[in-house]
Design a protein around this ligand. Sequence first.
Ligand SMILES: Cc1cc2nc3c(=O)[nH]c(=O)nc-3n(C[C@H](O)[C@H](O)[C@H](O)COP(=O)(O)O)c2cc1C
Length: 182
Amino acid sequence: MILFINACVREESRTKKLAKALLSKLGEYEELKLEDIDFPKTDESFLKKRDSLIASRSFDDPMFELARQFAKADTIVIAAPYWDLSFPAALKQYVEHINVVGITFEYTKEGFPKGLCRAEKLYYVMTAGGTYVPEEFGFGYIQSLAQNFYGIKDVELVKATGLDIDGADEKEILDKVLLTIS
Ligand SMILES: Cc1cc2nc3c(=O)[nH]c(=O)nc-3n(C[C@H](O)[C@H](O)[C@H](O)COP(=O)(O)O)c2cc1C
């Protein structure tokens, strides 16, 4: 199963356009539109409930549905616009929700995370308005999670930048990236 984690917000999203082109090459997919999900607050009662479910290894609880879905996907495609040097907060909420010890990862005796996810490949699709686009808080963060927590070593970035610069030819920029999507 291909899991499409859609953190795009705008109807005319350029990020979504690139992701859809990629998905059309990959095949059938299940879409998770993050803005439609009402994530519970990660407050103390949430953490207590989660800890007690993990302690009793009750991984089939509805609370872990998104984590189970992520762990069993064969391929993952994340689409997220570049916001404030990073990505929309909904994607961070999603990460908080799926990082469940015993489902998506576990810890070794030495305290290192070890992946429990099935996927062999994760694509990260993003677009940015400008060209100052350091990767460490957006793609770099997701890449580190994928490789070090989830055990997904093969991570590929698809990106278009400079889309909001005055006079930028949006179509030309996107077309160039679309050509690289094989
Ligand atoms: C809330 C918000 C924050 C943004 N922050 C940045 C930023 O830090 N750097 C940048 O280059 N562009 C930034 N942009 C511009 C977007 O990255 C750009 O318009 C992007 O292509 C939007 O993707 P979309 O077409 O998929 O919605 C921001 C846009 C919004 C709405």
